[in-house]
Ligand binder design. Structure first.
Ligand SMILES: [Zn+2]
Length: 373
């Protein structure tokens, strides 16, 4: 059985169902209030060596395809390929150059000759493997080489179509294998962006609790999402030191964030006004910053609008050298202000503080927090 193509997000959640008799995930009518979660999450130093045991435990069939880029193949791809081939898994490899529809089609062209996919990278290879796996009913394993956002454990894939980033609905990976020794070696900027993405959970949850939402609020996933952000906030000195323990803290928080979204069946626990701000920049800015950097900075202003402790968010970001001003982000003040004011045009069905607050208050918050000016 083949699943139909994933659809571009427009407030539409695809109905999905995990068939207990087969490791593949198929699109069917999903039982009400069901959740799709990864079956196995393995994190810690050196866990990449456990790949053959993980594949055996999941009872995944033989032939695999590693989706990576030049850089991530050098970092961990060779190793993964050797481990799997030694475990009698004939492997193929595809090096991609971006997460766009053309590259997605290239990955999907392997569908008939493979039984599972491995997405190996910071974001793009994982997005492509995730979406190709979903579209073609093939199990997918996520191996992040950086912890810059929560996509490596989530159900969403960010794919460019006609030059614009679109968020597509897929399913979470069957397994996440996050080797913190490998992730510790990624540039510090990427980990700081991961802190930004996770810290923004706090404002996402506040937005989700605003009046006038559709009835999709989940107390449990909101609590999990907030807790992930708070754990990183309270352990930020460990994260700033860049040691393995700090990296593991961020990785686990980002995985929890993905799980919170899977429990809720929506990205709402980890995506509020600060994400709409970031999406607006991605769509309108020639050279946007990293997703987590934009969301973290956005969160400073939206927390101010909520009347919460925005200084704590700013100081947490500052501790890991994440951007806290437009200058740090490398984007002009006018564009940053436009992004805050126009964020409500992105996914207007998703009500956030940037949809509710009057323009003058938004301007005031962006100035008062020192983001611009
Ligand atoms: Zn995010």
């Amino acid at each position: 059985m083949r699943c139909v193509k994933g659809r571009v997000l427009s407030g539409y959640v695809q109905q999905i169902y995990l068939n207990p008799h087969f490791v593949g995930i198929c699109m069917r009518s999903r039982p009400a209030r069901s959740m799709i979660l990864p079956r196995m999450v393995v994190t810690g130093p050196g866990v990449i060596e456990q790949i053959p045991a993980i594949i055996a435990e999941l009872d995944i069939p033989e032939r695999g395809l590693i989706v990576c880029d030049k850089n991530t193949f050098e970092i961990a791809g060779k190793q993964v390929m050797e481990y799997l081939e030694a475990g009698s898994h004939p492997m193929q490899k595809i090096e991609i150059s971006g997460a766009n529809i053309e590259e997605l089609e290239r990955v999907e062209s392997y569908s008939d000759s493979i039984d599972f996919l491995v997405g190996l990278g910071g974001g793009r290879p994982i997005d492509l493997a995730k979406q190709a796996g979903f579209n073609n009913d093939i199990p997918f394993i996520s191996i992040p080489t950086a912890a810059s956002h929560d996509g490596f454990g989530s159900a969403r894939a960010s794919i460019r179509e006609a030059g614009r980033k679109t968020s597509m609905q897929a399913v979470p990976p069957m397994a996440v294998v996050a080797d913190t020794t490998i992730i510790s070696k990624a540039p510090k900027r990427l980990l700081a962006a991961g802190v930004g993405d996770i810290i923004s959970n706090q404002t996402a949850v506040l937005d989700w609790r605003l009046e006038g939402q559709k009835a999709d609020y989940s107390e449990y996933s909101a609590a999990l999402s907030e807790m992930a952000a708070q754990l990183v906030e309270s352990g930020i000195q460990k994260v700033a030191s860049g040691n393995e323990e700090g990296v593991r803290l961020v990785v686990k928080a980002l995985i929890s964030s993905g799980v919170a979204m899977s429990i809720a069946g929506t990205s709402r626990p980890a995506s509020g006004g600060e994400h709409k701000f970031s999406h607006w920049l991605d769509a309108n800015c020639d050279s946007p910053a990293l997703h987590g950097e934009q969301c973290g900075l956005g969160s400073i202003a939206t927390m101010h609008l909520h009347g919460g402790d925005w200084e704590k968010i700013r100081d947490t970001l500052k501790a890991v050298n994440a951007p806290i001003t437009s200058k740090d982000l490398g984007i002009d003040d006018e564009i940053i202000l436009s992004a805050f004011l126009n964020a409500k045009k992105i996914r207007p069905e998703r009500i956030t503080i940037l949809d509710k607050a009057p323009q003058d208050q938004i301007e005031k918050a962006v100035l008062a927090t020192g983001i611009i000016g």
